[in-house]
Ligand binder design. Sequence first.
Ligand code: AMP
Ligand code: ZN
Length: 114
Amino acid sequence: MSSCIFCKIIAKEIPGKIVYEDDTFIAFDDINPQAPVHVIIVPKEHIPTFNDLKESHKEMVGHLSLVVNKLAEIKKIQDPGFRVVINCNPAGGQMVYHLHVHLMGGRQMAWPPG
Ligand code: AMP
Ligand code: ZN
């Protein structure tokens, strides 16, 4: 999608601090990190929100969990732990309408989140 900022990072039209890439996903450091480690994990397919996931995305969604684990290992936050967040639509706080996962760590997280 030509106007989508994450599609532009995937296409390397704008720079991102890419920490992982495979055929299905790209992951890069968040430009406005909310924790010492804050990685954004993005499927290369332009899927606007979590609500848009379909049966055909089953394999990709499974693969996503393994990519999160791999990134937690790369960023050395498997221990003591980390947080994984998906914001969906305005009430969920979604700002970029290309499905993505936040992986955050390197500090103690609070609960409930804001
Ligand atoms: P969300 O509120 O879940 O849509 O989160 C969007 C996230 O993308 C925010 O944490 C932003 O800081 C991050 N972000 C937006 N533009 C960029 C960019 N060009 N490079 C890296 N992260 C970005
Ligand atoms: Zn996109």
